[in-house]
Design a protein around this ligand. Structure first.
Ligand code: WTA
Length: 681
């Protein structure tokens, strides 16, 4: 391929269609907020400067209880697989539960809010959490035979049983891998196989949009498909949404499926001594989409991860013991792991878990929950903010709640939407942090520090203390601050929350995140290994970063990461389809939506039914979040002379943008035909 052709096959990225809004002015936190903030000392940036790296992170690790202190803060001997707090021994379940009991056993750890308003809210105290985690850990150990280092797949919806299960695993040193409840059985199977889990933990049913959904069904698909792919699951542990009652229609499989609530009776009163884990032992896997069809298991450590999410929950989320904190993300995503479960519970916070959709049964639901539980910290994504604003712009004013702090995460937030969040949801009393980070990074990378650095709508803010971003151009030269030019945002240094590797695929880990800008692949010096985040960004004069979107084949639908290749390979499961191409399209609420182009086997007719079938297949292969806006059946794909599909051209068509020069394509005439088809609809 010539250089020119190589450039031509650059595919449509989110960054290319990102909204390039203008820089906004600063908004300052109120004196009232500052007066109570956990971190008001602006020398923190100095303490966490590169000169003080890596020892600065001791400050976060010291928020935890260690069985044994570490001897090496950062061990780089296996670069770029960093080991933080090497020599340290710690248990995450102990830090999130046991250590709080002496002073706070009667405090609510988890408020579980069922979707149906007729059901009462469940308040799980720290003591009750302790009891339930111990009993379930005993069951996992003695009944399921799980031990330190084993992997177990969880496919649990948003209920209190999800953190209970995670913490029971952590207590034993079992590596949990929670799969988002909305994912299909097939998607769950892939993760079971990749992590070699022989136990699946699920729930019979949960509420969504007022309907009790049979979730057990997905476990049967998952186990069946995993077995076909070579991984046998010998036990399926089924929590019941209503303990003692089975709420799914799918039958239980004798000798394989067990109701947790039946088994638990044998473990009443049992206590399990927490395993003394090495700081660098894996705590969990979190699968996420990347540039290939296969999702990758991001492996997170115990000590480094927990230190990082605890420190950032304290200083960025500003959680105090008396606060009621609600992060509306799903625990099936990294945000939920770090900022519903591990960070807040390590700080002895009260963390809210809501089962259902934010606008059920009406647009005021969120604000009623906030009012009734007297929530003062709220955390959600732009896609939810846009939806709440659309359906109920005046709802927040009707409820008597007061937030002091709000977070936005997952996608760039339009200044317009930011201002509604600030003025209407936050009632101009709450500060906002726009936190930029990723599944891979464990915790926040860029954000303002709420009492120290002012807010700027649409901007994530400066690097976090101890995180030193740099924007590099394609040749690896830093793009100067304030130049207005976009480039690839990288982090110059490791940090304790960063993932350790891709489960079972170190080469892919190095290739994808470090190879691009590494000058010496043999180097053991962290300075030689900038971390490539995969986002495009610009840095303003004041050092604040604005994130534009993904530079790779990942799209961000409603703040959820999907690989275009994943969707394309799901479409190819339909036998009539020969080629598939996914491109991101702008959407008012979801931010981005996938548009799917397919071409068919010769002689097959492109009917509406077939388009429906393709769409349905994607839902059953991945889950409803991956459903394309539209399946366009095209006579042929626009291609380069070397036969590569030009997604850039398709992306431009879908977004009603200029397709640019297409005369060098192998089949330029097709562009006009497709444009007509799409833009006339
Ligand atoms: C995007 C979610 C702009 C970004 C925590 C990143 C954001 C991807 C922001 C990671 C933000 C996340 N502003 N974009 N505040 N936060 N992103 O792995 O493209 O699900 O690479 O982690 O979401 O998504 P992930």
């Amino acid at each position: 391929m010539t250089e020119k052709e190589k450039r031509e096959v650059v595919e449509t990225t989110e960054a290319q269609i990102a909204v390039h809004w203008q820089e906004e002015g600063y908004v300052n936190p109120s004196g009232k907020f500052v007066a109570q903030a956990n971190m008001t000392d602006d020398t923190i940036y100095e303490r966490f400067s590169l000169d003080n790296f890596p020892n600065c992170f001791k400050e976060y690790a010291d928020l935890l209880d260690w069985y044994e202190y570490w001897h090496t803060t950062l061990d780089t001997s296996d670069a770029p697989c960093w080991k933080w707090f090497a020599g340290g021994k710690i248990n995450a379940s102990y830090n999130c539960i046991d250590r709080h009991l002496a002073k706070n056993k009667n405090k609510t750890a988890i408020h579980f809010v069922p979707e149906l308003e007729s059901e009462k809210v469940e308040h799980v105290t720290y003591q009750e959490l302790f009891v339930r985690v111990n009993e379930f850990a005993a069951l996992l150990r003695d009944f399921a035979g799980l031990k330190r280092g084993d992997r177990v797949t969880l496919h649990l919806p948003m209920t209190a049983e999800l953190p209970i299960t995670m913490l029971a695993c952590a207590r034993l040193g079992v590596i949990h891998s929670e799969v988002f409840g909305g994912f299909s059985g097939n998607a769950c199977a892939d993760r079971i196989v990749d992590s070699q889990s022989r136990v699946l933990i699920t729930m019979d049913a949960y509420y969504r949009g007022g309907k009790l959904i049979d979730h057990k069904e997905k476990a049967d698909t998952a186990v069946g498909k995993a077995e076909e792919d070579g991984q046998k699951v010998d036990k399926v542990l089924v929590w019941q949404r209503y303990p003692g009652k089975y709420s799914a229609d799918t039958p239980m499989v004798e000798g394989r499926d067990y109701f947790v609530n039946d088994l638990l009776k044998d473990y009443y009163g049992v206590r399990v001594e927490p395993e003394r884990m090495n700081a660098e032992d894996p705590l969990f896997l979190m699968y996420t989409s990347g540039t290939t069809g296969k999702p990758k298991g991001c492996q997170h450590s115990t000590g480094g991860y927990l230190a990082y999410v605890t420190g950032t929950s304290k200083y960025v989320q500003d959680i105090h013991p008396e606060d009621v904190y609600w992060c509306m993300a799903d625990i099936g995503w990294i945000t939920g792991h770090s900022y519903i479960v591990y960070g807040p519970l390590a700080l002895c916070a009260s963390s809210v878990i809501y089962e259902g959709i934010p606008t059920y049964p009406d647009p005021g639901r969120c604000w009623r929950i906030a009012q009734d539980l007297d929530i003062n910290i709220f955390h959600t994504a732009p896609t939810a903010i846009r939806a709440l604003r659309k359906v109920g712009p005046d709802e927040p004013a009707k409820y008597n709640y007061h937030f002091k702090h709000m977070t936005t995460v997952g996608e760039p937030i339009e200044p317009e939407v930011w201002k509604w969040y600030y003025e209407v949801v936050g009632k101009k009393e709450a500060i906002i942090v726009d936190t930029w980070w990723q599944t891979e990074t464990g915790g926040f990378l860029c954000s303002t520090l709420p009492a120290i650095t002012p807010m700027k709508p649409g901007s994530a803010g400066p690097g976090m203390p101890g995180i030193h971003p740099v924007i590099l151009d394609d040749d690896g030269n830093p793009i100067p601050t304030g130049s207005g030019k976009a480039g690839n945002i990288c982090i110059q240094n490791p940090w304790p929350g960063g993932f350790q590797t891709i489960w079972g695929d170190r080469d892919r880990f190095v290739r994808q995140y470090y190879e691009r800008y590494c000058k010496d692949p043999k180097s053991k010096d962290w300075r030689d290994w900038p971390y490539l985040a995969g986002d495009a960004a610009v840095q303003a004069e004041d050092g604040y970063y604005r994130i534009l979107g993904r530079i790779d084949d990942v799209i961000n639908v409603s703040g959820h990461r999907l690989g275009t290749k994943e969707i394309e390979s799901a479409a190819l499961v339909v036998p009539e389809v020969v080629e598939a191409a996914v491109v991101p399209v702008k959407h008012d609420i979801k931010g981005i939506e996938p548009d799917l182009y397919v071409s068919l086997k010769p002689g097959v007719e492109g009917t509406e039914e077939l388009a429906q079938k393709v769409s349905q297949t994607i839902v059953s292969e991945i889950g409803a979040i991956a459903r394309p806006r539209k399946v366009w059946i095209v006579p042929d794909m626009p291609k380069t002379r070397s036969g590569k599909i030009m997604r850039r051209v398709l992306g431009a068509i879908s977004n009603n943008a200029d397709v640019g020069d297409v005369m060098t394509l192998a089949n330029p005439e097709i562009v006009e035909a497709i444009t007509k088809m799409v833009q006339e609809k």
